[in-house]
Design a protein around this ligand. Sequence first.
Ligand code: PMV
Length: 314
Amino acid sequence: MSQTVSAPAKIILLGEHAVVYGQPSLAVPLSALRAYAEIVHLPQNSGLRITAIDLDNQEFTVNSHSTESDQPLVSAALLLLNDLGCTTLPDANIILRSDIPIASGMGSGAAITTALFRALILLLGKEVSDSHLNDLVYEVEKMHHGTPSGVDNTVIVFEKPIYFMRGKPIERIKIDKPFTLLVADTGIGASTKIAVADVRTLYNSNMIFITRILDSIGELVVVGQQAIENGDYVNLGHTMNENHNLLQKLTVSSPLLDKLVDIARGSGALGAKLSGGGRGGNMIALVSEESAPYIKEQLLDAGAIQVYQTVVKE
Ligand code: PMV
């Protein structure tokens, strides 16, 4: 008999780019899009294996005598096993698969690591708090991304919306009523690094004007958080619209993102904006559950290659 554990994707709801300059941001889990780890028990002395379906079904063996590996999944597993002081490995195959698009600002790496760790913890019969799991997933994020903000692992491990400001402890936010988001993938890969660097150039060339925009984004995040806490989704939609307008001024939107935003709003969304680094990647729209199928259809007609629907709750 096999068991499966999972972890969600994440997306930035408000505040991208300005967060780099010390403004707050909000990020939420996308519970409908997940990474999964299936545990298949093996006969005694078979050892521990990890199979990555999305890496052409490659199978990796975890060797209990090593402390590191060139294979990222194996080195992640070793980090957890060492942390838990585990010397004998379970006989099992952990089969990993993910619905989360890679390199699209949805935290696919952190979700895969979280699912893998949950499977190992279950196999070993250990008790590990989410807070400790979060620290371990963050360690793996650092192995891959240098100095990540910690947003991805926190949203994904706790599967809760968060309020985040650089250098401050990450705070959970309360949700009065669940809300529905559509996430439309433009299918256009764009470098967050270049977009962030371009905003920096803009900032250096006109500090007063850009600082005003960044401050306004920060203010919208605070208003958006209050709107979520009060269940005021008309106001949340309004802050998303305003945030998109300001991101356009930072030059990080694109014709397709703008088109998808217009289509979403014109089809009945309460608010819509680009999400993440911009220039490509994803557009998000706040919608009612009833209007979601129609808006989704319109977004696909307008050129989105995929539209995901998810409910954000506490
Ligand atoms: O799309 P993501 O989740 O990788 O977010 C990028 C967010 C930026 O604010 C544009 C960059 C950053 O490091 O915060």
